[in-house]
Design a protein around this ligand. Structure first.
Ligand SMILES: CSC[C@H]1O[C@H](OP(=O)(O)O)[C@H](O)[C@@H]1O
Length: 365
């Protein structure tokens, strides 16, 4: 069994088919951008960071294996491929952000003196490989920084966490975001227990998070989504920590559907509510959550269980894959690889980091 969402070496990419977990651990090859689009759309691969990583690595694999194109043709192929990958799923920002950054990078590379098809092809492959490496580094920083923050701010140790959906190694390149905080607390010996919600209708919690927690022998209990409020009331939950698909400028956060009601329940019980997200999941171009496109998925995900219909024909179905938690309900803060910020602090903090990063890159160029 494995917890790696992707297996990559230059010229070769395989993804763990998460639709089969926890019963079967099957890696499926992805040899092209088109195949990546399919595995993302079908949710064989899911999770905001993992979507961007698989998308960009699929381009790298296709560039590695195809004959080298003429320079202008190559640039056009790369730009069109990235544009296509962004259409696979609209709510998580990571793929769109990576596509925008990689497109700008390709334009820069293409106008360098002595730029060739080969130099462009190689630099794009290396960019995609850097994304994979950096995600694991970011997640470990999120985990440790979030754990330290919780130990300082949250009363009552060891700590009990309630989390939603799957934000672990199966949603990222490894370690995870909210589940990264849980991993870090566990490795410090300061985690009492985890309550993970089943997360209907895809069951990321029941099928994926429970699998990760059992795999690493982290003490945890699975609850139905409907049990979250009573768990907060009766199970000594110290904090709620969830992931994110898109955190916008004012701190409003799109995450798996059901997150919004967890934040409302946490507020009612006086339990701090945290979002754990890398800066790659932050979109400062959107002022507030009202601008986030919410993906609606096929009705069969609600009407069927294991391929068998459980509801009457003719019933209407609404299946939004995400909801938006307003920033005022994110009472604990937003845990990033750069530190923990209140929703009000986030935009200035990330803008400062981006400026410093820009200066560093200019200095290195
Ligand atoms: C590491 S954040 C993962 C994030 O993505 C999940 O959505 P999906 O399973 O539909 O891709 C969920 O919202 C998680 O919080």
């Amino acid at each position: 069994m494995s917890l790696e969402s992707v297996r990559y070496s230059r010229g070769s990419l395989a993804v763990l088919n998460q639709l089969l977990l926890p019963h079967e651990s099957r890696y499926e090859p992805v040899a092209s951008v088109k195949e990546a689009w399919e595995v993302i759309r079908s949710m064989k691969v899911r999770g905001a960071p993992a979507i961007a990583i698989v998308g960009c690595l699929s381009l790298a694999v296709e560039l590695e294996s195809n004959e080298v194109k003429e320079k202008d043709q190559l640039v056009m192929f790369i730009l069109e491929s990235l544009e296509f990958l962004v259409t696979s799923r609209p709510t998580a920002v990571n793929m769109a952000k990576a596509a925008e950054q990689l497109s700008a990078f390709v334009h820069q590379e293409a106008v360098r003196a002595n730029a060739t098809s080969e130099s462009i092809r190689k630099s794009v492959i290396e960019w995609a490989e850097d994304l994979l490496r950096k995600d694991v580094e970011d997640n470990k920083k999120i985990g440790d920084c979030g754990a330290q923050h919780l130990l300082q701010k949250v009363p009552g140790h060891p700590i009990t966490i309630l989390t939603h959906c799957n934000t672990g190694s199966l949603a990222t390149a490894g370690y995870g975001t909210a589940l990264g905080v849980i991993r870090s607390l566990h490795s410090m010996g300061r985690l009492a227990h985890v309550y993970c919600t089943e997360t209907r209708p895809y069951n990321q919690g029941a099928r994926l998070t429970a699998y990760e927690l059992v795999y690493e022998k982290i003490p945890a209990t699975l609850i139905a989504d409907s049990m979250a409020s009573i768990a907060m009331k009766e199970k000594g939950v110290s904090a709620v920590v969830v992931g994110a698909d898109r955190v916008v400028a004012n701190g409003d956060t799109a995450n798996k559907v059901g997150t919004y009601q967890l934040a409302i329940a946490a507020k009612h019980h006086g339990i701090p509510f945290y979002v754990a997200a890398p800066s790659t999941s932050c979109d400062l171009r959107l002022a507030d959550g009202g601008h986030i496109v919410i993906e609606e998925r096929p009705s069969q995900e609600l009407t069927d269980v294991n391929g068998k219909r459980i509801t009457a024909q003719g019933i209407g179905v609404w299946n939004p894959a995400f909801d938006v938690t307003p920033c005022d309900l994110i009472t604990g803060g937003i845990i990033t690889e750069h530190g923990v910020f209140s929703p009000q602090e986030l935009q200035a903090a990330l803008t400062k980091v981006m400026k410093e990063e820009g200066k560093r890159q200019k200095h290195e160029a």
